[in-house]
Design a protein around this ligand. Structure first.
Ligand SMILES: [Cu+2]
Length: 212
């Protein structure tokens, strides 16, 4: 008897979720243009900082070995789905107890600190370098400032309700100090100490959710 009851209950529950005699898709699915759902990206990149003069070129470059030591490590993750993006950063081996600024920049790292270009902006400021808080803010840009613990470890996370334009976000730059927010200074964080090249939102290097 108990078995019969259970067998009666289960289809009834299912029927309330799905109209009887149909599969759910034909009646309830609303056609969605492909463009409105960009492909998910699940990217993980890691590197070991080396000076730009190193024999073996690294995707992680330090321009200031006092504050970002050669051999220090960085990992960056991008988790993007529908219209949201999360960027996570982890560093080890930096100077202990120190606040660094960090942002996503538009170009890959190069031999010179400025090679990584300006900050990535969701809505682009026509005036570059952008120091207008209407554009240079942590919602419109990706800021990943962090403070290291006693062992030189830190982590940071930022979340956005937009996706990167493909090929337009190419690196994470570590700066001298925390990022300023006031007009005329917004987005600045002192000199560029180190840079890590990351192919954000790019096809060809990502995880199990992606379609090719
Ligand atoms: Cu920056």
């Amino acid at each position: 008897m108990t078995i019969a009851t259970a067998m009666n209950t289960t289809p009834a529950t299912a029927a309330s979720a799905t109209p009887a005699g149909t599969t759910s898709a034909p009646t309830t699915a609303v056609p969605v243009p492909i463009k409105s759902h960009p492909r998910p990206v699940w990217l993980h990149a890691h590197g070991r900082f080396a000076p730009p003069t190193a024999h073996i070129r690294s995707n992680a470059v330090t321009y200031d070995q006092k504050r970002v030591h050669a051999g220090a490590r960085i990992a960056v993750g991008e988790f993007a789905r529908h219209h949201t993006t999360m960027v996570a950063l982890r560093v080890t081996g930096l100077s202990p107890g120190r606040t660094y600024g960090a942002h996503v920049h538009t170009k890959p790292c190069g031999a010179k600190p400025d090679d990584s270009g300006p900050h990535y902006q969701h809505r682009k400021d026509r005036h570059q370098p952008s120091t207008d808080p209407a554009y240079a803010n942590p919602r419109n840009e990706v800021w990943l400032d962090f403070k290291t613990d006693r062992r030189g470890y830190a982590a940071a996370l930022s979340r956005h309700d937009w996706r990167f334009r493909q090929g337009a976000a190419r690196s994470v730059v570590i700066h001298e100090h925390g990022t300023a927010r006031s007009p005329g200074k917004a987005g600045t964080a002192g000199s560029r100490l180190a840079c890590f090249t990351v192919p954000f939102e790019r096809s060809g290097l990502h995880g199990p959710f992606s379609r090719h």
